[in-house]
Design a protein around this ligand. Structure first.
Ligand code: COS
Length: 384
């Protein structure tokens, strides 16, 4: 049983504890029958509908427009502890519509978000391009105003989660109001818009729905723009400020699972006539794993709490939470693999699955190296 004592920390309100218990009970009952890693598209569709029916997607696309980031983190941590695809299906409904929730017009929100909350319409966040990943200001996909209130999109996006199964994408494009970061805008693009196609499905070490998208003379109404013209960069960053802490929460869920199975293993496995747990080398590893997990949890829930209580910007806190929790999780899971011996690398074992699942989290939504840049810039721009 995973440690839930963190829920007694002062970061939480009573309803967070209730939500954590509800999510745990739901996950234990429903996720095993819904997640099938040989059918990632079907699994994500089934998981989203079931999470919608259970009411969890209300947190991913809140009706009142205000994210409760602690709830998002609790849900991601809980789902990730049970299954990486379950976490993914939940997270994408939030990340894929975060820009709409925060900056969209009432008409767009009313048209799109009910299906997202129901889990019947899958969402995607289309930021990265073949030549613009960490350096968002280099986005090249062109948005050009054309006749009768339409905008034409031309270019490519890649590494797009839910690409191929999403019902709609938030697409960041160069609208040209100014050079660099100030010349981008965000658009809502339904997946069935003519000119939008799936150029390639992308396979990774922990399979998830992922694709490269092509936009060829893809026309959408100008009213599909999210926020103001030229505001796309800030909209992307504000969305990532919310969701980066939740990536840290998913990493925490993976780490807690790794520690749980390692504790079981160390108690039951005999080595030189005694349980593995009796060796001081093992105890050192377990102590370091548990301390890394608590360190991550403190940073993740600090960032979430700070935003929920109204901090105007939590860029630094979210970057620290994402960087430390994902890096710590990699180290914790590597230790779990080592303490499981051969079983740790057997295909399909829990440590092996976690080892593959965690790797991408140190890269997506801002690699650890980018988080360091973000943290340092925040320090350097503070008044002396
Ligand atoms: N919230 C609101 N506004 C923000 C912001 C935030 N978190 N971060 C930056 N801005 C604003 C800045 O204040 C600046 O505004 P002004 O033009 O009014 O001064 C503007 O946005 C440009 O910011 P900056 O100069 O820092 O832009 P850079 O191009 O130098 O940004 C980083 C570089 C690395 C910070 C940015 O590109 C980044 O976060 N990259 C990682 C992106 C990512 O996560 N990619 C993965 C794809 S998603 S799976």
């Amino acid at each position: 049983m995973a440690d839930t004592s963190f829920l007694d920390w002062p970061f939480f309100d009573p309803f967070h504890r209730t939500l954590a218990a509800e999510a745990e009970a739901w996950a234990a009952t429903h996720i095993p029958g819904l997640a099938d890693h040989h059918d990632v598209d079907g699994s994500c569709r089934r998981l989203a509908v079931a999470m919608g029916e259970a009411g969890f997607l209300q947190y991913a696309a809140p009706e009142n427009g205000h994210f409760d980031v602690r709830s998002l983190c609790i849900l991601r941590e809980t789902f990730a502890r049970h299954d990486g695809l379950a976490d993914f299906a939940f997270a994408m409904q939030g990340l894929g519509t975060g820009a709409l929730t925060l900056f969209g017009s009432d008409a767009l929100k009313a048209a799109v978000l009910p299906g997202v909350r129901a889990g019947t319409s899958l969402a995607a966040f289309a930021l990265t391009e073949p030549e613009a990943g960490s350096d968002v200001a280099q986005i090249a996909l062109a948005a050009t105003s054309v006749e009768s209130g339409m905008v034409r999109l031309d270019g490519e996006k890649t590494w797009i989660s839910n690409g191929g199964i999403a019902g709609h994408y938030v697409v960041f494009a160069r609208s040209g109001e100014a050079p660099g970061a100030r010349g981008l805008s965000a658009y809502h693009v339904p997946a069935d818009t003519p000119g939008l196609s799936i150029a390639e499905r992308l396979e990774t070490i922990a399979p998830h729905p992922l694709a490269r998208l092509r936009f060829d003379d893809c026309r959408i109404p100008a009213s599909n723009r999210i926020g103001g013209g030229g505001d796309g960069f800030k909209i992307a960053m504000a969305t990532l400020d919310v969701f980066r802490s939740t990536v840290g929460a998913a990493a925490l869920g993976f780490s807690r699972r790794a520690l749980d199975v390692t504790l079981e293993r160390c108690r039951s496995r005999k080595l030189f006539g005694a349980p593995l747990a009796d060796m001081q080398l093992t105890q050192t590893a377990l102590a370091e794993m548990a301390t890394a997990i608590d360190t991550s949890a403190l940073l993740v829930y600090r960032a979430a709490w700070a935003r929920d209580r109204g901090a105007p910007r939590i860029t630094r806190e979210a970057a620290m939470a994402k960087m430390v929790a994902t890096e710590n999780a990699q180290a914790v899971i590597d230790r779990a693999v080592q303490l499981h011996g051969g079983e740790g690398v057997r295909s399909g074992s829990v440590p092996e699955t976690l080892y593959r699942e965690i790797r991408a989290l140190r890269i997506y939504e801002g690699a650890s190296e980018v988080q360091k840049l973000v943290i340092a810039r925040q320090l350097l721009t503070q008044p002396a």
